[in-house]
Design a protein around this ligand. Structure first.
Ligand code: UGA
Length: 439
């Protein structure tokens, strides 16, 4: 078993650290945020993730994981240091690599024995070379430090499961020593390991995420056409899915992809291409379709209602997908301001995302409209003139058409996630609009 340090305790770093401890390694998670470190020491996860706190507790009491702000002591005698800090999007679409560069320098100034630095954060092709250069420039002790790429493929909401049961581990290395060490670290996971060079590993991450984003945008594009020609996108997707070359996953049309990854990684790869004098037309198309898709339902509803002024608008779901409290690039963030500008009185329900949303749109009067956060769906629907579904939470899926009909003043539903049957809604007397299906 190895001594592992992990820099950054976001989705990537913390989940990786906890899972390394779970398979028996000795792990120290490093974060600059004292409060976060205190929180984790008391067993509380700073992120909402199924099963994570339980694993944190088990491994903490077993003495396999600790949390600290003291990077020097964590890095000095580690066999491997995994970097999982953020690479936020900059206004021009490029990735901000300053957090990675800072960690690289701290590593160089701290290590006292040979060690492998492993970049888990999503980084532009060639970044690992730069990280290695920074480490060589600032290295204090005469020790061997190499850099490997090991991109992460977990999805929020199922992060622990995705890590422990990953479909593949990608390792990008430039030496046999690095390849063997990283392979041994992952041995206890018993997962398929794909070993390539560093630049290919970096590219695999972007190419995978952008392919999935493309798949979603393609289905959204086709969905919009389905509406115009009278086809049903769900039947179309079902028919397509029998072709194993296409597969059945990520064919769900809806209100566009959100989250911290697809929007950022599509723009980043487009930027990387541009930097290299190449235009990545397919990825650009995925970005463009997604932008339009986010407000598709709002535009439809606007045409139907003319104005939202003074209307009670139920909003069900605020997060970018279920199973997370993350709002980044969520459809709600595009639509709520439009509704408020129009003078809507919004009643918003989300089982875990409301608190974060209220930080951006505080409860009460908001511009011409207002927003009220409710703890139960019925409260949002009672007397509502129109309802928008932005996130397919289980409890939202469970609402019956009869409930909409009974509770709403006007049973008019705009569903961005295609979670109800068109005929069921019609039979119950609900006017139902969704994506790529008959109105
Ligand atoms: C995504 C990838 O799925 C992970 O493999 C990757 O590791 C991660 O990004 C990352 O780079 O860190 P995540 O952003 O957590 O994971 O969420 P997804 O479940 O992929 O969903 C992304 C968005 O696509 C959501 O808004 C979701 O509603 C939307 N989506 C997904 C669709 O609109 N249709 C689909 O069929 C699937």
């Amino acid at each position: 078993m190895y001594k592992i340090a992990v820099a950054g305790t976001g989705y990537v770093g913390l989940v990786a650290g906890v899972c390394f401890a779970e398979v028996g390694h000795q792990v120290t998670c490093v974060d600059i945020d004292e409060k976060k470190v205190e929180l984790m020491r008391s067993g509380v996860s700073p992120i909402y993730e199924t099963g994570l706190e339980e694993l944190m507790a088990n491994n903490y009491s077993a003495g396999r994981i600790e949390y600290t702000t003291d990077f020097k002591s964590a890095y000095k005698d580690a066999d491997a240091i995994f970097i999982g800090v953020g690479t936020p999007e900059q206004p021009d679409g490029s990735a901000n690599l300053s957090y990675i560069a800072t960690v690289a320098r701290q590593i160089a100034e701290s290590v006292e024995k040979d060690c492998l630095v492993v970049v888990k954060s999503t980084v532009p092709v060639g970044t690992n070379d730069k990280v290695e250069q920074i480490i060589q420039d600032f290295l204090v002790k005469d020790v061997k430090v190499e850099v490997a790429s090991n991109p992460e493929f977990l999805a929020q909401g199922s992060a622990v499961h995705d890590t422990l049961h990953a479909e593949r581990i990608i390792i990008g290395t430039e030496s046999k020593w690095a390849e063997e060490l990283l392979t041994k670290i992952y041995e206890p996971f018993h997962l398929p390991i794909v070993s390539v060079n560093r630049r290919s590993a970096e590219m695999i991450k972007y190419a995978s995420n952008d392919f999935l984003a493309l798949k979603i945008s393609y289905m959204n594009d086709i969905a919009n056409l389905c509406e115009l020609v009278g086809a049903d996108i769900q039947d179309v997707a079902m028919g397509m899915s029998f072709d194993e070359r296409i597969g059945s996953k990520f064919l769900n049309a809806g209100i566009g992809f959100g989250g911290s990854c697809f929007p950022k990684d599509t723009k980043a790869l487009e930027y990387i291409a541009k930097q290299n004098g190449y235009e990545l037309k397919t990825v650009k198309a995925a970005i463009d379709v997604n932008k339009e898709q986010k407000t598709m339902l709002y535009k439809k509803a606007s045409k139907r209602l003319i104005t939202f002024n003074g209307l009670k608008v139920a909003v069900l779901g605020l997060t970018f997908k279920p199973g997370t409290d993350d709002l980044r690039e969520a459809a709600s963030l595009e639509n709520v301001p439009l509704l408020l500008e129009q003078g809507a009185d919004i009643y918003a329900y989300d089982p875990v995302g409301a608190e974060n949303f209220a930080k951006v749109y505080p409860e009460g009067k908001n511009g011409r409209g207002s927003i009220t956060y409710v703890a139960n769906i019925e409260h949002a629907l009672e007397g509502a003139n129109v309802c928008f579904v932005f996130t397919e939470w289980g409890e939202v899926k469970a609402i019956t058409p009869e409930t909409y009909k009974k509770l709403m003043r006007t049973p008019l539903v705009y569903d961005g996630r295609n979670i109800y049957g068109v005929e069921d809604m019609q039979e119950a007397g609900v006017e139902y609009h969704s994506i790529g299906r008959k109105p």
